[in-house]
Design a protein around this ligand. Structure first.
Ligand SMILES: Cc1cc2nc3c(=O)[nH]c(=O)nc-3n(C[C@H](O)[C@H](O)[C@H](O)COP(=O)(O)O)c2cc1C
Length: 165
């Protein structure tokens, strides 16, 4: 599935991230390419501190710098976009990555299929916020997966994506 890119942000515990595990498994199983949205300055691994950092970035509508540029997406028709729900929406590094593509005019007509790993609140505002920011893309309504049971969330996300493609 080389017309598909799996792009994800692995939260503040990248090594143990449910989002990362689901994203890498989906890419492995489908043969899609994989890109990790990684902030240049990582968020705290202390969740309480990270919530404060995330609220600060959200309040400022910040675009935290990324560790590496987003690849050219010309060859892809679909982007599977994985991220954790942070404070009711997508983490701001996701907006940094999509802004890069938006500014280069590369999002027009692309299908974006979001999956949102969350602590129980679902997708909340994330899909609406993405749609408002990137009206030129075709953003699916996506789905949410609760991460409290790590393996279930990963398996369910894989199954869901496979049915979507
Ligand atoms: C900064 C921060 C904010 C969060 N805000 C929410 C939230 O608003 N709603 C929710 O359901 N879960 C929230 N969570 C829980 C995460 O979505 C959940 O732990 C998810 O598993 C994180 O994905 P990961 O395992 O890939 O890091 C938050 C977690 C963090 C660290």
């Amino acid at each position: 599935m080389k017309d598909t890119l799996v792009m994800y942000f692995g939260g503040n515990h990248p090594a143990n991230s449910t989002t990362k595990r689901a994203a890498t498994s989906i890419a492995d199983l489908t043969g899609a390419d994989l890109f990790e949205i990684e902030p240049k300055y990582p968020y705290s691994t202390n969740d309480d501190v990270c919530v404060q950092e995330a609220l600060r970035d959200l309040g400022a509508n910040a675009r935290p710098e990324l560790a590496r540029p987003v690849p050219n997406i010309e060859q892809y028709s679909t982007i599977i976009l994985g991220f954790p729900n942070w404070c009711g929406t997508a983490p701001m590094p996701v907006f940094t990555a999509l802004d890069e593509l938006h500014q280069k005019g590369e999002l027009a007509g692309k299908r974006i299929v979001p999956f949102v790993i969350n602590g129980g609140a679902g997708r909340q505002k994330s899909i609406d916020d993405l749609e408002a920011a990137y009206p030129e893309a075709n953003i699916d309504e996506g789905s949410g997966f609760v991460s409290s049971n790590y393996d279930d969330a990963v398996d369910l996300a894989i199954e869901w994506i496979q049915n979507k493609m």
